[in-house]
Write a protein that binds this ligand. Structure first.
Ligand code: ATP
Length: 420
């Protein structure tokens, strides 16, 4: 069996930065704090290790400030680790800081030579590739103007055109595809795929999951200085997006605590943990909800699902009117207020359930047919003559995960396309 060849080997890497405290901005503060030299040592990477086999495309993901760019800079050797080792095999080309290595007073053409030399090309090699680099950048008209006259998009075109034309063994890219117009972005992306086909190892930082899914063989998720997960793009991407979504929902729940501070509001907050700030409650409350929750197929509380998932809605009720007959209902409304689905326990003509003093109702959706998007959940309890006992609109939001799909609108149907 042949041994795996690694292009990148990162072992037990730690990186911290000294962050200095502000001396103040007013004259008084500066006078008072002139001796202030306090700093904290901020640990950004806390002993990370990973290896990248030759030819693999790896995406680094994680929240802002988690150390993705720092990791790339360690791979380019712009930064050194405080401890641990970083090994990168072969010629490295990078697009990390826009226009880094460009000299503002020199022309685009001269900068191509300077930049490509930094990436290790000889003059003759650059001569050979010059036309291709200029053509790719689409800057023919401007190539002899000083780059200080370039827009940021033009800078990026030039930088990208050089970086991908130096026959690198390892290409490091930081969020660079976010710059430039859409058609150029598309072109860069197609070129990246070609480079990958040719066997170049790629490490890319991007917040665009779509880009990462289409180019990467693997994602590494950085969190709090550690590798939280490392594996197949779809799986790691889903876990990462779910965790971001959980945080968003928790932030909304915090907002709800402030926004729903009147008595009705507080009565909603008691029902469930992640109440949405838009929640509203009406009704006489002769029969009332006491608890509401959503669960996934394994019985775990959950608000993020995929189309086709099992969803379980459970709520508890209480009433002083033992023996009363009621109907329960639930609705999903999309976040653009499009009504999507509603269901009630009994249809007209059915006998309504007669309640105990308290109890629990479970509504099970075997296959959620909503397409990706955000949906509000409404729940209600009505009497047999239409009395409104309890009604909570927008009590919580559910997210149906986004994935690459070919269906649009709020819901899916079982379907087939056939061409004869
Ligand atoms: N030279 C430096 N000196 C001090 N702190 C730094 C330095 N470079 C980065 N940092 C800090 O290190 C942390 C990680 O930065 P880094 O740019 O690696 O994050 P990132 O994951 O790429 O974030 P983003 O998604 O916002 O681009 C940030 O808190 C940043 O402020």
């Amino acid at each position: 069996m042949s041994e795996i060849q690694y292009s990148v080997e990162v072992k037990d890497v730690e990186k911290h930065f000294k962050v200095y405290m502000d001396k103040g901005s007013t004259l008084k503060e500066r006078a008072i704090f002139h001796n202030r030299n306090r700093h904290e040592n901020r640990q950004i990477l806390d002993g990370i290790s990973f290896e990248i086999p030759k030819g693999q495309a790896v995406g680094l993901i994680g929240r802002n400030g988690c150390g993705k760019s720092t990791t790339l800079k360690l791979l380019t050797k712009i930064l050194k680790p405080n401890s641990g080792t970083v090994k990168v095999e072969g010629r490295v080309s990078s697009l990390i800081e826009l226009g880094a290595g460009f000299h503002p007073d020199m022309s685009g053409r001269e900068n191509i030579y300077i930049n490509a030399t930094i990436f290790g090309l000889k003059k003759e090699e650059i001569d050979e590739r010059l036309e291709e680099i200029i053509r790719f950048s689409e800057l023919e008209e401007y190539i002899d103007n000083p780059v200080r006259t370039y827009s940021s998009g033009m800078y990026m075109r030039l930088a990208f055109a050089v970086a991908i034309n130096v026959n690198a063994d390892v290409l490091l890219i930081d969020e660079i595809l976010a710059v430039g117009d859409v058609s150029f972005q598309k072109k860069c992306f197609e070129r990246l795929k070609e480079i990958k086909e040719q066997g170049t190892t790629i490490v890319i930082v991007s917040h665009s999951m779509e880009q990462l899914y289409s180019i990467c063989d693997r994602l590494i998720w950085l969190e709090e200085g550690k590798i939280k997960e490392d594996g197949s793009p779809k799986l790691i991407g889903m876990h990462y997006l779910d965790s971001m979504e959980d945080e968003r929902i928790a932030r909304l729940a915090e907002e709800s605590k402030e926004k729903l501070s009147d008595e009705r509001g507080r009565s909603i907050l008691e029902l469930t943990q992640n109440v949405h700030p838009e929640a509203r409650r009406d009704g006489s409350h002769e029969v009332r909800f006491t608890k509401v929750d959503l669960y996934d197929k394994d019985g775990n509380p959950c608000q993020t699902f995929s189309t086709g998932d099992k969803v379980v809605l459970k709520f508890s009720y209480a009433t002083a009117l033992k023996g009363i007959a009621v109907n329960f209902n639930m609705d999903f409304v999309r976040d653009n207020w499009q009504y999507c689905y509603g269901s009630c326990f009994a249809k007209p003509g059915d006998n309504l359930p007669v309640l105990e003093k308290e109890g629990t109702v479970t509504f099970t959706i075997e296959k959620l047919m909503l397409l990706p998007g955000k949906y509000y959940l409404d729940i209600g309890i009505n009497g047999e003559h239409g009395e409104l006992y309890d009604n909570v609109r927008n009590i919580m939001q559910i997210t149906v995960r986004d994935y690459v799909h070919n269906e649009f609108g709020p819901c899916t149907f079982e379907h087939d396309w056939e061409i004869v």
